[in-house]
Design a protein around this ligand. Structure first.
Ligand code: C2E
Ligand code: MG
Ligand code: MG
Length: 715
């Protein structure tokens, strides 16, 4: 029994047992009341019976007394008639006193025809006086009838009889008699009745008491049976429901061998509870497991981290979080498809796991955080050195080629590391720190790890600031274009130029495109900036004239967002019309990933662009995963071999071989090949020798202002 507050009101909550007890109490109370009423009724019946018996006996007594008195009066009147006739009051007195000697006679009076007392058993003090007592008038009224008159006054019987002498009335005799003698006999008669009644009363009382106690015991027995067979099991079920509600499935302990409904219900409930517990485990497993790799997921990791932090805070331990992000994983998905991407993630997850196992790092945990992100919790002493060793090993593991249907795939990863308790105490902050550190590892060139430092926070802030500054930079006149000349490698003639965007930041000075293009891409500003660059570049290029009367081309970098934005064709048409530039003079540079995101859609879009006469080049060719076969499927006019191949051309025979095959393949498809980043004469010579059509690079000419390149063309 307890009080609970419901909707602002206190209410008494009674359990089944409480309700049963209350009902039993109420029942017993009613039974006792009914029995008491029965008993009281019985008592009053008995009293009534005694009093009726008394009345009946009394009336018998009275009629007996009356009969006795009347016969006494009848017998006595002749006896005193002489004395009245003679007027011998002394003798009369004596006779009257004789009468009064009987113990039931209280008075005896003789009177004359007029009601005057002639003699009185009580010493004759009233002789000669008229009778004045209350019964006298009735006696005198009946005197004329010459018969015996008896009347009752309380317990006193007054009998008046005429005294006759020779047939003539000479006076009267009054005898007063009382009942006391008969009453006493009545009492003795009534007593056994009363005793019997009392006995029966006592018997009834005991019977009632015994019945009440019996009923109470039966009720208790019933309650015990109810408690054992109904209330107890129901309470167990209710307890089990509470435990299930609180998720404490292990505490649920229900079983029953009973063959009745309650047994059936208990067993059904036990089965249900086991089923719910199984489902709960399954749901928890699903909620806490990454379906692809079978690793713990973000949710499970977060909980584990919080738990570990609590214990570490208590015994001042250390831990490291390693945030692993695959570099350019998007390209794997984009170029090889999501199924292959999943396979790659699975293989990498295995490698990460086995690296941990190799080190026997008990208490450590690895989870897939999202897409291509893994997170690792490391528990070890000398945490800084341990985590950098582990990070290096992980990087080496990721770098090992992955076997995908027999083809090797090379990947790298960037790792951010944060340390507890040095960098932060809270799980959320630690995760954020690890992410920031990972991002810095990417900025530092990928395929490396970085420890979190407070300065990195500033780097993130700087990035946010940069994005803010980038908005409106064009309107403020901070954005401009530089042009890098592109030459024919065969004859060394200048044939065109690539437009490269520059941002003259009022505070930071020259911000390189490697910094701001990514920010612009992510913030969506690239579409607007790219449009302005296209207009500006076309307008500048329209002014260029060449002495040999050939038309120089302008090559403009276009982001994938612009290509898919839908308005690229309109912008091109408008700008060509307004600048007067010939369509064939405009080249658009799109990176491999921009095109290969969705090859079919890109092909349609590119065909539409090429239909206007504008040429399309694949930029940074070789860095993606497209492979040479893709060149057959996408309609492009040229490829630009990425700078990274050109840089090592003379040192790395693989790069030379690849460059050579790109050139051969492109030529077989009728595609122009342009080499980027030619920094030395040697590179220039090799590329020329291998048949590369065009080239650009610092050795040939650095990016320059519009006026300078115009002079270069005119020269
Ligand atoms: P990209 O299109 O591959 O441009 C070539 C980059 O290589 C330019 O860097 C250029 O200055 C640099 N470069 C040329 N020759 C050499 C060399 O001999 N040695 C070295 N070390 N570097 C050389 P930049 O101007 O910093 O541009 C970087 C990237 O920014 C570009 O790569 C391009 O992807 C992007 N970008 C530049 N302007 C725009 C633009 O207007 N729109 C878009 N969407 N992207 C742009
Ligand atoms: Mg380019
Ligand atoms: Mg490039």
């Amino acid at each position: 029994m307890k009080f609970v507050r419901e909707q602002g009101r206190w209410r008494l909550r009674l359990g089944l047992r409480g309700q049963m007890l209350a009902m039993l109490g109420l029942m017993m109370f009613l039974v006792i009341i009914i029995f008491s009423m029965l008993w009281m009724n019985e008592k009053s019946n008995h009293r009534e019976m005694v009093s009726l018996t008394e009345i009946a006996m009394n009336s018998i007594d009275r009629s007996n007394l009356k009969r006795k008195g009347e016969s006494l009066a009848a017998r006595s009147t002749p006896y005193i008639a002489d004395s009245i006739q003679d007027g011998n009051s002394k003798v009369l007195q004596g006779k009257l006193q004789e009468l009064k000697k009987r113990n039931d006679v209280v008075y005896a009076i003789a009177f004359d025809g007029k009601g005057v007392i002639l003699g009185d058993a009580a010493e004759g003090s009233s002789n000669g006086k008229p009778m004045v007592d209350p019964l006298a008038s009735a006696v005198m009224a009946a005197a004329g009838e010459n018969k015996i008159v008896s009347q009752w006054n309380e317990k006193l019987l007054d009998i008046a009889a005429p005294v006759m002498q020779h047939g003539k009335r000479v006076g009267g005799l009054r005898i007063g008699m009382v009942l006391h003698e008969q009453s006493a006999s009545n009492v003795s008669l009534l007593q056994p009745l009363k005793n019997n009644l009392k006995k029966s009363n006592d018997r009834h009382w005991r019977w009632l008491l015994a019945t009440t106690i019996g009923m109470f015991l039966i009720a208790l027995g019933l309650l015990y049976l109810l408690e054992r067979h109904v209330i107890g099991p129901v309470r167990d079920l209710s307890l089990a429901t509470d435990q299930m509600e609180q998720g404490r499935y292990a505490d649920v302990n229900l079983s029953s061998n009973r063959l009745d409904e309650i047994g059936g219900l208990t067993r059904a409930f036990a089965r249900m509870s086991a089923g719910v517990a199984r489902h709960d485990r399954e749901i928890r497993r699903m909620a806490y497991t990454d379906s692809l790799t079978g690793m713990a997921n973000r949710l499970a990791f977060r909980e584990l981290l919080e738990e570990r932090l609590l214990t570490l805070q208590a015994n001042s331990g250390e831990l490291a979080l390693l945030f692993i992000d695959l570099d350019d994983f998007k390209r794997v998905n984009d170029t090889l498809g999501h199924e292959e991407g999943d396979e790659v993630l699975n293989q990498l997850a295995l490698r990460v796991r086995s690296t941990l196992e190799k080190h026997g790092l008990s208490g450590s945990q690895v989870a897939r955080f999202s897409g291509d992100e893994f997170i690792l919790l490391l528990l070890k002493s000398d945490i800084r050195n341990s985590s950098s060793e582990l990070a290096e090993e992980l990087l080496a593991e990721v770098r090992k080629p992955l076997a995908l249907h027999g083809n090797p795939l090379y990947l790298t990863a960037s790792i951010g590391i944060t340390l507890f308790p040095f960098d932060a105490n809270a799980a959320g902050v630690l995760l954020k720190n690890a992410d920031i550190a990972m991002y810095q590892a990417k900025v530092a060139g990928k395929n490396c790890y970085r420890f979190y430092s407070r300065a990195m926070d500033q780097a993130v802030e700087r990035r946010v600031q940069l994005e803010q500054d980038l908005r409106g930079a064009f309107e403020r006149g901070e954005m401009g274009l530089m042009y890098q000349p592109i030459y024919n490698l065969t004859d060394g003639r200048i044939v065109g130029a690539e437009a490269l965007m520059r941002w003259q930041h009022p505070r930071l000075g020259m911000v390189p495109p490697s910094t701001f293009i990514e920010v612009a891409e992510q913030s969506g500003l690239i579409e607007m900036l790219g449009r302005h660059a296209l207009v500006l570049a076309c307008n500048d290029a329209a002014m260029w004239t060449k002495t040999d009367n050939t038309l120089p081309f302008i090559s403009v970098n276009v982001s994938s967002k612009q290509l898919r934005g839908g308005e690229l064709n309109d912008v091109i048409e408008t700008v060509l019309a307004s600048s007067g530039l010939k369509p064939s003079q405009l080249h658009l540079e799109l990176t491999e990933t921009a095109i290969l995101n969705d090859e079919n859609q890109a092909s349609v879009l590119l065909s539409r662009v090429r239909a206007t006469g504008v040429k399309v080049w694949l930029d940074d060719f070789g860095t993606g995963f497209s492979g040479l076969s893709h060149l057959r499927r996408v309609p492009v006019d040229g490829v630009k071999i990425d700078r990274s191949f050109v840089t090592d051309l003379l040192r790395d025979p693989d790069d030379l071989a690849l460059t050579t095959s790109i050139i051969a393949m492109a030529h077989s498809l009728g595609i122009t090949v342009v080499a980027e980043g030619i920094e030395t004469e040697g590179q220039y010579a090799v590329l020329r020798e291998r048949g590369c059509d065009q080239g650009q690079g610092f050795w040939l000419g650095r990016p320059m202002l519009a006026q300078e390149i115009a002079k270069l063309f005119a020269a």
